[in-house]
Design a protein around this ligand. Sequence first.
Ligand code: IPE
Ligand code: IPE
Ligand code: MG
Length: 248
Amino acid sequence: MELFRNRINKNNIPEHVAIIMDGNGRWAAKHGKPRVMGHEHGVESVRSVVEGAGEIGVKHLTLYAFSTENWDRPKEEVEALMGLLVYAIEAETESLMKNNVRLSAIGDVEAMPEKVREKLNACIEHLNDNTGLNLILALSYSGQWDIVNAVKKLVDDTVAKKIEVEEINNKLFNKYLATANVPDPELLIRTSGESRISNFLLWQIAYSELYFTGKLWPDFRKDDLFEAIFDYQNRERRFGKTSEQLTS
Ligand code: IPE
Ligand code: IPE
Ligand code: MG
């Protein structure tokens, strides 16, 4: 079978792809390894997908790396994940630089250990002038956190009379979300066979195309991303209209 890279339409690449990177633990179990080895192998998938997204001209790639709920995992696993983040950010910075990738983060980053924040901020700063793919890491993120956080800021601005209640609409609300400067994802991918959102982007996926694959995250590579994009390209996005309206 020909690679999906050669089958996708280069003129219809989604601007923003979001991925729920799931299945590291099951990958490790399948290979008789401790869970953290699954997370480690997941870093190779991130590298491949970031490269692939850049190559075909995706503008924004949001990766769900750690959810608000993931804080409830065993302490050892949370610590291992934080350590891996520090290591991976450091190890990948130069290859991100070479690929002209910019980096940003969404979520309650203040809740992350200081060491993670330091590395993250240094990397964001280092890649600041790049003009290629915008890689967005969702860290200590959840969709409900994002919405509540937006509401707090909106209320503050309303009380301070910076905005009027009558001005509040979808477009204005969007500006208060962590993704304010990014268009909503056209495509949301989840690996590992689970068909749920797990509190990832909620507001932002109102009209996203959802793609679920059974592949475990550590087995996912750039051509799997291209396959998801190929699938996306063969869907009809109607936004509430009829099919006839779109084709006439
Ligand atoms: C995803 O893999 C990584 C994170 C949530 C941080 P999991 O660790 O959830 O892997 P499974 O779902 O247990 O297989
Ligand atoms: C979602 O995966 C969070 C990330 C991928 C970071 P989980 O493995 O935490 O999701 P649930 O708990 O199975 O829904
Ligand atoms: Mg999981």
